[in-house]
Design a protein around this ligand. Structure first.
Ligand code: FA5
Length: 333
């Protein structure tokens, strides 16, 4: 038994094999245990002799098992350390840094300009009440923008806001004048997609309410902001327009960034870029709807198309590029 065991142990390659071996020889049903069990069949004289031999064999096998176990353990540890060795002279994996999406960069630039002009930045929800989005803004019951084919309704009373103007209502209802805020975010309309229209786009709303605020303040604010964003040589053009919540109202174009108003291919020779924003003097009825005294206070508001500002700023000719997440496009910024 001893010879056989010693021979086998010397060939063992793993601790598991070693354990199997221990059970085979020294376990409850092991070969040596069997011998010890059968000692009862021996004569009185034979018993101590065989007993001593069996004990010696047991000790020898145990010693050999233990030393082999130690040796295998050390070998395995060595192998593991070898495998986990780190070559600190190898070049590291290149970390690719992301960057801001051109739209987010534009929102940040716009907010920073308005912050420097004394405005605060506030946020409004994308899911709005019909009351805030239309009713409080003086929108007539039959106004086409209320139509199911123009607005994404969630229920009869809730919708995806079609513009950021409901934030005006929230601010005027919550706070007392003087007010001077901007609010940027997503807006939704059932518009057909083309190179300047998307069903989801971004607006930045501005609102100023105080005593003696005039149209001249509005025009100066817009003009200052456009020059701050695009450069001193940019001109603004106010075209009369209609919004239910402002009177008088205007739409604003800015000179083409490429030719600075001279006329080029990008602006079809007109010298002006696409329509970028709507604005006007807040209608006294809207002030009243929000509990502000129209005799004492007046104010102006504006709503910029942020996607279109980004298009003008970066020379992007199709609004869809902003939402397709094509890395070839995004990596250019
Ligand atoms: C409004 O939404 C008004 N709430 C703006 C306003 C605010 C007027 C405060 C007066 C006082 P309008 O529907 O024109 O106005 O949209 C404003 C701007 O959003 C547009 O000038 C345009 O730049 C942008 N815009 C409108 N529809 C889309 C669209 N489908 N895709 C991308 N940009 C759009």
């Amino acid at each position: 038994i001893r010879e056989e065991a010693m021979n086998e142990i010397s060939k063992m390659k793993s601790i598991d094999e070693l354990e199997e071996m221990r059970i085979k020889v020294l376990g409850k049903k092991g070969e040596l245990t069997q011998v010890l069990r059968e000692m009862g069949k021996l004569s009185k004289e034979e018993r101590p002799v065989v007993g001593e031999i069996a004990n010696d064999v047991r000790k020898d096998i145990e010693t050999e098992l233990n030393s082999t176990r130690e040796r295998l353990k050390n070998e395995m540890k060595k192998k593991k350390l070898e495998k986990e060795r780190i070559d600190i002279s190898m070049p590291g994996k290149e970390i690719i840094l992301g960057h801001r999406h051109p739209l987010m960069a534009t929102i940040e630039a716009l907010e920073n300009i308005f912050l420097s002009m004394g405005f605060s930045v506030v946020y409004g929800p994308e899911i709005e009440t019909v009351q805030n989005n239309f009713d409080a803004l003086n929108s007539p019951e039959n106004h086409p923008s209320r139509d199911l084919s123009d607005t994404f309704y969630i229920t009869e009373d809730m919708l995806l806001r079609t513009h950021t103007s409901p934030v005006q209502i929230r601010v005027m209802k919550e706070k007392k004048p003087p007010l001077r805020i901007v609010s940027a975010g997503r807006t939704f309309r059932f518009d057909d997609v083309d190179d300047t229209h998307s069903p989801m786009f971004h607006q930045l709303e501005g609102l100023v309410i105080d005593e003696n605020v005039t149209m001249a303040n509005l025009m100066d604010t817009i003009d200052t902001f456009i020059k701050e964003l695009f450069g001193e040589d940019m001109e603004t053009r106010f075209r009369p327009h209609y919004f239910p919540f402002t009177e008088p109202s205007a739409e604003v174009d800015v000179s083409c960034v490429k030719c600075k108003g001279k006329g080029c291919e990008a602006c079809n020779g007109t010298g002006w870029s696409m329509e970028l924003l709507g604005c006007g003097m807040v209608d006294p009825k809207v002030l009243e709807n929000c509990g502000i005294d129209p005799e004492k206070y007046s104010g102006f508001a504006f709503g910029l198309g942020i996607d279109r500002i980004a298009m003008v700023k970066y020379g992007i000719n199709d609004i869809r590029l902003l939402f397709e997440n094509d890395m070839r496009f995004l990596n250019q910024f």
